[in-house]
Write a protein that binds this ligand. Sequence first.
Ligand code: THU
Length: 151
Amino acid sequence: MKINKSFETQLDALDKDEQAVIKTALLALENSYAPYSHFKVGASLLLENDETVLGSNQENAAYPSGLCAERTALFSYGSSGIKSPIKIMAIIAFDKDQKQSDTCSPCGACRQVMFEYEQIQKKPYKVIFCYDGHIEILNSSAELLPYAFHF
Ligand code: THU
């Protein structure tokens, strides 16, 4: 896996939590199972109690059975029963050439799930992802889903 220099420079400028959660997202990516798309995605949740929950995309020969990294991490968090709120979610992706992908903006289904976990905890969490070589930091997952569906 290759991380480009400008990404490292941007990483250095972030605060301690932001750097830590991006680094654990990179660790999560090592467990990606993507033999079909060869597009590896890692997601990491940094919780307020400083615990970390990891997720990565898991594909399957019956294609729709796979799951994105974001939802793998969030469903793992939700099903674990951990009560500490999510502070930051980071997402990072590598393409089939093992190069850091230009984009790892979450898909629509993941945005809906990200939004709902934020609603459950009644406070926003930051979302960090890479977009066209930039590290994008949003203060709330709700920014990714205007007019979100909710009960
Ligand atoms: N993928 C994610 O893990 N997150 C996203 O938000 C978009 C796509 C995964 C699903 C599939 O394993 C691979 O990337 C290619 O679509």
